[in-house]
Design a protein around this ligand. Sequence first.
Ligand code: G
Ligand code: G
Ligand code: MN
Ligand code: NA
Length: 256
Amino acid sequence: IELELSLRHALAHDQLRLAYQPIVRLSGARLTGVEALIRWEHPTRGTIAPTKFIPVAEETGLITDLGRWVMREALRQLAEWRRNDVVTDEFWLSINVSPRQLRDPRLPGELAEALAENGLSGESVMLEITESVMVDGSQVTDQVMADLRGLGVRLVVDDFGTGFSALGYLRRHPVTGVKIDRSFVGGLGTNPEDEEIVRAVVAMSSALGLTVVAEGVQTQSQRDVLQALGVVYGQGWLWGRPQDPETFARLRRPAA
Ligand code: G
Ligand code: G
Ligand code: MN
Ligand code: NA
């Protein structure tokens, strides 16, 4: 309850920020997108981790307002970067959405409106959803996902491989890609089992026409193994930590 109240306060008093972490195309290491990650700067308690407050927001329903804020702020930022030529037109923005947001039939309309306000198309947005969303499979969620796809928005399964073993859901839902969980990336180059898992995910994704992003890439050798296995996109400390938008823009524009 206490956390809920202060989160409500944070939302109303501008204590929330978004950090942005680069996503690259492995071949050429070209920047191709960013993931927006929420940050809470509490005036007295310092930074509070999203793993602490997102579950509370989800339980209390506050995630609806919070998610709306994230969406609008991230799209505003993307439009600004485009105007200032910080990013190209193919550059995409990944936004995390929680299961409860996907059960809200207003979500596609709100996203469409935020896109229009910022002069952006749905293709510039990727939503990261959890495996549980598809396993629970409510009809509302199915409709919401279909409507989002109708906007051109891509849907990727986050933390792929950690949740559920049934893969049939990938076929039954309109997802466009998967994000290999970082727990399978850490051991690449040293743990042959992780390599086999990534190989299997790539084979399956290729068969289903899904794009693959590997997260938590920290070393050049992990990167090399991923590329050899056919993974196209990567994200991780090797290319950059989640950073504030000013830092992101500055790193894109080398000093003259
Ligand atoms: O970088 P990091 O510690 O911020 O992220 C921790 C977790 O919080 C990740 O699993 C991420 O999916 C989740 N998260 C970060 N930002 C958001 C957000 O805006 N919405 C939701 N639903 N989850 C988020
Ligand atoms: O679960 P989700 O993928 O949405 O959240 C991404 C989380 O992974 C964030 O907490 C982010 O800070 C963290 N992260 C991003 N890159 C790396 C990395 O290279 N190594 C580790 N250990 N964590 C990372
Ligand atoms: Mn994510
Ligand atoms: Na993840």
